[in-house]
Design a protein around this ligand. Structure first.
Ligand code: 5RP
Length: 219
């Protein structure tokens, strides 16, 4: 099974978590989420509305006839489904490969249960192999980059990419994230940072992990 097949397998397994009807659910961003949305469209009547984490996800949901609601209209939601770039043994995550990390963090925060869908290549013992995306307001980019160097990382400007919030992204390489909760707070405290892709304080509640034989285990 290749990585795409594993993403489809884990998306299929995540459908089992839709255990109530007429739910408002939150939706992340990325290729795994896109597979999940395709599958969800076959049981659309079970979902009352979806809170989206990006313009790309909103466009896909609307194209398939889902009712998309703003988080400001819904209040807290029951379930949030999303992928990740890395996940450790405590369900702490690196996200943001697709650049949607800020809204993903907001919608995850509003959810009672965050169900994360990954394939086994993303399960790591130490976070930081995948570059950590930090979203910044454009005029603060260099300042934030210098602070991130002091934290031990090597920030690389994601050229030509503007987030849905009008922000820019620094991808921070070579971070050895031994204390994810502390690092999350430290980066949050840098003026000019909008948000970043380390989901440590509020990680996933359940991570579904597909292996190359198509089996899906729960962590
Ligand atoms: C987007 C994300 C994605 O969840 C993450 O990049 C994984 O994407 P994919 O499912 O395409 O592998 O955080 O900001």
């Amino acid at each position: 099974m290749n990585q795409d097949d594993m993403k489809k397998a884990v998306a299929r397994a995540a459908l089992d978590y839709l255990n109530e009807y007429d739910m408002v659910i939150g939706m992340g961003t990325g290729s795994t989420v896109n597979y999940f949305i395709d599958l969800l469209s076959s049981v659309k009547s079970r979902v009352d509305a979806v809170v989206s984490s990006s313009d790309a996800t909103t466009a896909k949901l609307k194209a398939l006839g889902f009712h998309v609601k703003e988080l400001n209209q819904t209040g807290d939601i029951l379930l949030y489904f999303d992928g990740a770039d890395e996940c450790d043994q405590h369900n702490r995550l690196i996200k943001g490969g697709g650049g949607a990390l800020t809204r993903e963090k907001v919608v995850a925060e509003a959810a009672e249960k965050f169900i994360c869908m990954i394939d086994e290549t993303k399960r790591v013992d130490l976070l930081g192999g995948f570059p950590l995306a930090v979203e910044v307001i454009p005029m603060a980019r260099s300042l934030v980059a210098r602070k991130l160097v002091k934290l031990g990382g090597q920030p690389v400007f994601r050229q030509g990419f503007v987030t849905d919030n009008g922000g820019e992204i620094l991808d921070v390489h070579h971070l050895k994230i031994t204390d994810p909760v502390t690092l999350e707070q430290e980066i949050n405290a840098i003026p000019g940072v909008i948000s970043h892709g380390l989901f440590a304080r509020r990680g996933a509640d359940i991570t579904l992990i597909a292996d190359s034989s198509g089996q899906v285990k729960t962590q």
